[in-house]
Design a protein around this ligand. Sequence first.
Ligand SMILES: [Fe+2]
Ligand SMILES: [Fe+2]
Length: 393
Amino acid sequence: MFESLRRQLPVMLQNRLDSALETTAIFAGMKNPRVLQAMAPSALRGLVLQAGRSGAPTLMPAAHDAYFNWSYPHDHEEMHRLYERAKLGQWNGSSLAWSTAVDPMDPMMPLAPLDMIDVHAAAQAGIRLQGQESQKMIYDITCWMLSQFLHGEQGALLAACQVTESVQFFDGKLYGSTQVVDEGRHVEVFHRYLSEKLGKIYPINDNLFVIIDALMSDSRWDMKFLGMQIMVEGLALGAFGFLYQHTREPLLKELLRYVIQDEARHVHYGVLALREHIQQQLSPKEKEEREDWAYEVALLMRNRFMAYEVYEEWYAGTRVTREQWRQLVTESPGMRRFRHIMLSRLVPNIREIGLLSPRMRPYYEQAGLGAYFQGAAATELSGEQMLAELDRG
Ligand SMILES: [Fe+2]
Ligand SMILES: [Fe+2]
């Protein structure tokens, strides 16, 4: 009844309703009131006020304790080793092959897999793509994806600063200083690639804004680690891997190869810092809150990474609805693989830090994420091993 009424509305109203229902579903789905309370101000700024899209700089409230230690202890052997590896792994973004000519529409050197937007999936969703349209759409979605990587990297840069301040291991602070440099370099290379080679940058996705806002403004250090080092970085690592595996454009592939090796260290660090803390130092109630938070964020990223910004550009004011677009993005084989690779990196790290408890497993299974329970966590897989695995296909 509701469905048939909804379909009779003008497309613009259908879309508004669709967007409002999605936002409501995020909150109605949150089981833990503490998670809801912690996320609500960020959701208001990101989803309702759409602060990331205004074009103006954003001020995010931040209040956390900066942890100093004047005795400079050598207090974490594995973080120390990671710090040594990070110093050796530094590279210069200016030295990439920037003279490479990039033609995003060259069918011999596609930026992304050609089935990322599939003509048949489009037809099934009632969207007709003709001639070069699907290729142009893949170009736009790739720009959109890389733009979200860029915005995520800015989040990572600022969060890495906060995390370096608030972490209690001194070896962690030294390691953190390398991550700050790494993230600065990632912002540099993604921004340069987008502006010089692709010529197009999309605004930050509202859901990504919410997650970054939530972890930047949370005063608890472990929530910052969980949000940035495990959730955002873990998903990014999967997303970079997907594009690395499929792109035939040599400059992008080289850039991603370097970034993936840095990111693998970052996630490794996050797992080291959180594993012991979550399993030994949190009360059962505090641990439950982290379990629920991680699950909500995983869903937020999986379900909502729908490239609506591209939809708005292509179909605003037409008869194609937001719902049809979602069907296209959900069903296209390339986008399915994208989500699969993204989540296959994330879930094992959630397990490794102890947040995939028997209480949570059924929820993950229900959400179709059970297949990722046994994957390798960042502590078991170096960047080089990950790249070798991706090269094998
Ligand atoms: Fe990064
Ligand atoms: Fe990172």
